[in-house]
Design a protein around this ligand. Structure first.
Ligand SMILES: [Zn+2]
Length: 92
């Protein structure tokens, strides 16, 4: 999956309220294929227990948790996605 598509997916997870903090640094993420546990480490890195993260070291769930912890980044992604949505609509 391309990175921008993954970012979009991660943003959807947040927007749809599928990312829930269940403990300090521990998040429950309801993905398309299952519910996963994302852990945010002290150094800011995140790990997820989904198959995608296990094989590729990245996934939309871990990205979503990263985004939630970086409000400035989240805001700029939101802007970017809204702009793209508008562009898509006018193209039709
Ligand atoms: Zn994952």
């Amino acid at each position: 999956m391309p990175l921008d598509r993954m970012i979009e997916k991660a943003y959807d997870l947040i927007r749809e309220g599928r990312v829930e903090q269940i403990n300090n640094g521990v998040y429950n993420v309801v993905g398309e294929h299952g519910t996963y546990i994302v852990v945010r480490n002290i150094d800011g890195s995140v790990t997820c227990n989904c198959p995608g993260f296990t094989s590729k070291r990245r996934c939309s769930h871990s990205l979503a948790v990263m985004m939630i912890n970086q409000p400035v980044l989240l805001k700029s992604i939101k802007r970017e996605i809204e702009r793209e949505d508008k562009w898509r609509r006018t193209k039709r």
